[in-house]
Ligand binder design. Sequence first.
Ligand code: HEM
Length: 119
Amino acid sequence: MSATLYDKIGGKATVEKVVEDLHKRILADGSVSPFFAKTDLAKQRGHFIAFLTQLLEGPKEYAGRPMDKTHAGMSVQPQHFEAVTKHLSDAMATNGVAADDINAAIARVSNVKGAIVNK
Ligand code: HEM
């Protein structure tokens, strides 16, 4: 059996660092930070980590809300989605994830775009 993307990038330790880095980047970006004004990102961190873990074929432990319900009423536009995706990509690169693995991860994230944008 071949290694999952989750294993390849370094599993839990890497995903935790990536999500922490991602949240810093989101808060530093005025084009997306206002969306998170009422969000306790420290509380959301576990959900983000679990969701990303599952997307990368790690353990299935995500117990948060479905993506369309989570982002309902936010009117997230494609450019916001692209900005967050770019931050995720940069956070992965900063934490030593190889370019091929980043591309594969972003492709998976792009699969949930329809459930997040324009809700
Ligand atoms: C790039 C792909 C994205 C993924 C994989 C993603 C995933 C998630 C997850 C897993 C949660 C936690 C759900 C829960 O608490 O049950 C969440 C919450 C949230 N997301 Fe996203 N998201 C994405 C893009 C975006 C974008 C582009 C925005 C807005 C610019 C956004 C705004 C939010 C906000 C504001 C919350 C917190 C909601 C709350 O406080 O209740 N997300 N997202």
